[in-house]
Ligand binder design. Structure first.
Ligand code: TRP
Length: 337
């Protein structure tokens, strides 16, 4: 049997090239090996845990994320793309798993902790948000996923899922649930910094290049990138460290020797920012123009995209229902056969 992969994204906006580098590219590669059975979930219910008052944002983002998926090459013939809220079994599984975690354990989750701080929730954190790692365990276990490719920030979620799986299997005496493993990006490669030099590309920081950006927007954004603020005149020696153009070239460039030359020249002085930005723009344009084109094609027929999500959700629902039946049986709440 093929190993099952499950992963997903919260639909709170369009996806950017940080998502592409950090996870989408790898998902497509895993999908195309043909060695796995991948499930890709749009986590609209999880997105609602801290956006309950803005459902329109989630509704709109859902289709944007679906377009981003299709554009980068997630292929509905090879991967099951589905919508979390359309799988009722996930919610029921969550309710059983909630009894296997304590409030203090939830409070220790470092990612949730950081998010609570970022969002200034303090004690007014929505209860649904607080327990989202448990619902994420339901997402993973419903499909008996073996592998969960995610960013580094999701490591605590995988750990919590593993604990819940172990508790469940111990208490209910059966090997019903599968203990998942995370797949993380190689150290230092998972996170694309923002255009402004911030450690993270993120919508709330306004420092993103979106997969949907047109050529002109892309070029303008590249031209605005943070470089070396002390590199004022072309003749000045420039710094590579913390210079976003070179950081991006290291990630997206393929001609490593040419990049090494450019770095040397820049450090010595005599190479202007405009030149290196143009060079980077060409590389990004080559990588993202085909994705942008594919995205625009899919966007011509939105009902067809919804249909892909509907079919994927129907298939996912069957699998999750089967797991739920086993879980109910293990707990013994299957009174009527
Ligand atoms: N929390 C994940 C994120 O923000 C999205 C997600 C929801 C997810 N359920 C999941 C990821 C299950 C992996 C497995 O990126």
């Amino acid at each position: 049997m093929k190993k099952v992969i499950l992963t997903g994204d919260r639909p709170t906006g369009k996806l950017h090239i940080g998502h592409y580098v950090g996870s989408l590219k790898n998902r497509v590669a895993l999908q195309n090996t043909g060695n796995y059975d991948p499930y890709i979930m749009i986590a609209d219910q999880q997105a609602l845990t801290d956006n309950a008052r803005d459902p329109e944002k989630i509704r709109n983002s859902l289709i944007q994320v679906a377009l981003d998926y299709l554009a980068v090459g997630i292929d509905p013939e090879k991967s099951t793309i589905f919508v979390q809220s359309q799988i009722p079994a996930l919610t029921e599984l969550t309710s059983y798993y909630l009894n296997l975690v304590t409030v203090s354990r939830l409070e220790r989750n470092p990612t949730v902790k950081a998010e609570i701080q970022q969002k200034n929730f303090e004690r007014s954190i929505p209860a649904g948000f607080f327990v989202y790692p448990v619902s994420q365990t339901a997402d993973i276990t419903a499909f008996k996923a073996n592998l969960v490719p995610v960013g580094d920030d999701q490591e605590p979620m995988i750990e919590q899922a593993r604990e819940i799986v172990r508790s469940f299997n111990t208490i209910y005496g059966k090997d019903i649930l599968v203990e998942p493993e995370g797949i993380f990006p190689p150290k230092g490669e998972g996170r694309l910094p923002g255009l402004d030099g911030n450690a993270k590309m993120s919508k709330s920081l306004g420092n993103c290049i979106y997969l949907s950006d047109d050529a002109d927007t892309l070029r303008k954004k590249v031209m605005s990138m943070y470089t070396d603020p002390d590199h004022i005149h072309v003749e000045d020696p420039g710094k590579i460290e913390g210079n976003m153009v070179f950081t991006y070239l290291d990630i997206f460039g393929t001609d490593k020797s040419e990049i090494a030359e450019l770095k040397k020249h820049y450090q010595e002085g005599g190479l202007g920012d405009v030149k290196i930005k143009r060079y980077l723009n060409e590389i990004l344009e080559a990588e993202f123009a085909p994705i942008r084109k594919k995205r625009a094609e899919f966007a011509q027929d939105i009902p067809a995209v919804y249909d892909i999500l509907k079919k994927g959700s129907e298939k996912a629902n069957k699998v999750a229902e089967q797991t739920l039946a086993e879980v109910r049986g293990a707990i013994g709440v299957n009174y009527f056969g």
